[in-house]
Design a protein around this ligand. Structure first.
Ligand code: ATP
Ligand code: MG
Length: 317
């Protein structure tokens, strides 16, 4: 039975996390980092840790930040021969600061960095045997959007699979080109993994169930609804599984959605059932928020299994 390679095209960066809350990014605070980051990279790192073959397509600078991320991806088994190490550009950087309300402020330095100045490698992917994951946040950058959409059409038209996290941030979606690209990505996707807020934004007039039906009426075979601390729902093949959130101490929620998605898609391409993939992903997402840094909470099958043994909650609600 042939297993697809999971690939992403998009931003690789390092992130610095403010230790003080409620000061935005305007006041002096201690920060820690550089933490390896970038939604596609977090997703793929987790997919590799769960045992899938993976290929990351993106770029880093020839600098310490770039080496920090590349070392992590390589150590965790991500294929990095599609990562361009640019001599002329610095590695992309982000800063994040939290509020007690759960709101967070980000500053991204990605445009004209190595993060968006890479080229698509020739012949790296066999499109018919690729599952391409698209994180909608990457579509806001025009250079990356073009490379993502080119790859997506190649993969889809060759009979490969698409998965999509439609991170429908309102500021992104005001751009018509972004909206069109996201609509196309959704229409071509087999796996769709919106959060509840993405659904509200995409289908403001529909109930959640009606939105799920609408998505399933197109190409999608599996819809996953991410509910933060409330857990997740997985719908597909005429079945539905609701997983309660695991009670954990949330230290840093950034990256949980990507960790969840990487776990889920990795297990699905390896032939797991919807129920098993959903249960493992719901646990991986809970583990992800317990560590500071967007990729630091990624975990492997043994750690997730141990967590599930001690946390009966979060099984089917
Ligand atoms: P982001 O875009 O910030 O990466 P997201 O909105 O895409 O995140 P979330 O719903 O925040 O995704 O998190 C993904 C999954 O991780 C949830 O569906 C849930 O399974 C798990 N999870 C997230 N936060 C918590 C939490 N505080 N407690 C338990 N589980 C959590
Ligand atoms: Mg999200």
């Amino acid at each position: 039975h042939e297993t697809a390679t999971i690939a992403t095209v998009g931003e690789i960066l390092v992130e610095f996390v403010s230790h003080r809350k409620n000061c935005g990014l305007r006041e002096i605070s201690d920060y820690s980092g550089p933490y390896p980051s970038g939604a596609p990279a977090i997703f793929l790192d987790q997919a590799a840790r769960m045992g899938a073959r993976t290929e990351m397509i993106g770029g880093v600078g020839d600098d310490g930040f770039g080496r920090a991320v590349l070392d992590r991806l390589t150590t965790d088994g991500v294929g990095t021969s599609g990562v361009t190490v640019s001599p002329d550009h610095s590695t992309g950087v982000a800063f994040v600061s939290y509020y007690d309300t759960g709101h967070r402020d980000f500053i991204f330095h990605l445009t004209n960095t190595a993060a968006d100045s890479f080229l698509l490698p020739e012949g790296l992917l066999d499109p018919a045997r690729t599952c391409l994951h698209v994180s909608a946040a990457s579509l806001g950058n025009p250079a990356m959007r073009d490379m993502i959409m080119t790859t997506l059409r190649n993969v889809d038209e060759a009979g490969g699979k698409i998965s999509c996290d439609p991170n429908a941030r309102p500021e992104l979606m005001r751009d018509d080109a972004v909206r069109e690209a996201l609509t196309e990505a959704i229409e071509r996707s087999t796996f769709l993994m919106p959060s509840t807020s993405d659904l509200d934004f995409l289908f403001p007039d529909l109930s959640e169930d009606a939105a799920i039906d609408r998505l399933l009426a197109a190409k999608a075979e599996v819809i996953v609804i991410k509910r933060g601390a409330q857990g997740a729902t997985v719908v597909g093949n005429g079945a539905r599984f609701d997983f309660a959130g695991h009670p954990v101490d949330e230290i840093d929620p950034t990256g949980a959605g990507d960790c969840f998605g990487g776990t889920f898609v990795s297990l699905m391409v390896q032939g797991a059932s919807l129920e098993e993939a959903g249960r493992m992903a719901n646990a991986a997402g809970a583990l992800a928020v317990t560590r500071r840094g967007p990729m630091e909470g990624n975990s492997g099958p043994a750690e997730i299994a141990a967590f599930l043994e001690q946390n009966a909650a979060g099984d089917i609600a």
